[in-house]
Write a protein that binds this ligand. Structure first.
Ligand code: SAM
Length: 216
């Protein structure tokens, strides 16, 4: 099945089962961090309290990725053991780690939380990019207006540019407000997203079709 430049409303594990194997060039995703997150204004993230979806989702992600391709996945630092176990069980190899540097603290307890993290994961025998980018990337505050954990497009665009071939297709199974797909669109790549929350699905769809101002 081909779904170019679409965001599908629904559960990504079920949805990805309908995708052909080896049909996606690059996965850029920001799954729930498994921390029961609640924003200051009370918004929550679906499936952030249970990890039942974690292994099935990454197993499907691995299946639909082309041989010798990359996945960048954000994760919750205090749930790294769960994420790493799921990535390894799916068949991924960690080939890099990215720190997104914030100029503000998203929370403060033992430390001021001023970074986000993601792993660069490889399926198969990948070739390093001709011009590797730094593994520290500036992360501007989006204001989280479109989603309680909205990522800035500018921080995602270099990853699309380096790890997705020209004319390739970027998949984000946990699209939220669609930031990674906007990055793909801006970089001239095709995109495919899944989002389980109806409101976020509407936001992402509108953003990708020019219905909402593309923030950050
Ligand atoms: C961390 S947020 C992504 C935010 C996104 N990066 C942005 O900038 O807006 C994770 C998203 O995954 C969605 N989600 C959770 N479980 C899902 C599932 N099984 N299938 C599809 N989407 C899911 C949540 O509703 C949430 O919007």
């Amino acid at each position: 099945m081909t779904h170019d430049n679409t965001i599908i409303h629904g559960d990504c594990v079920t949805g990805m089962r309908n995708l052909a194997p080896a049909s996606v060039d690059f996965v850029l995703t920001d799954p729930p961090y498994l921390v029961d997150y609640q924003s200051r204004d009370g918004r929550k993230v679906a499936n952030d309290r249970n990890d039942e979806w974690l292994r099935p989702a990454f197993s499907q992600i691995y299946r639909v990725m082309k041989p010798a391709s990359f996945c960048v996945s954000f994760y919750g630092w205090n749930r790294v053991h769960l994420f790493m176990a799921a990535w390894r069980a799916a068949g991924f190899r960690a080939v890099g780690h990215i720190v997104f540097r914030k100029r503000y603290a998203s929370s403060t307890r033992f430390l001021r939380a001023e970074h986000e993290v993601a792993y660069l994961l490889a399926k198969g025998d990948v070739t390093p990019p001709a011009r590797p980018i730094p593994d520290v990337i500036e992360f501007r505050y989006t204001g989280n207006k479109l989603h309680p954990t909205q990522k800035p497009v500018a921080a995602l665009a270099p990853l699309v540019s380096v790890f997705c071939p020209q004319h390739g297709i970027v998949l984000d199974p946990f699209a939220g407000s669609g930031s990674s797909l906007v990055a793909a669109q801006q970089q001239g790549r095709r995109f495919l997203g899944f989002e389980i929350d109806a409101e976020h699905h509407r936001t992402a769809t509108a953003r990708l079709t020019g219905g909402v101002a593309v923030a950050a």
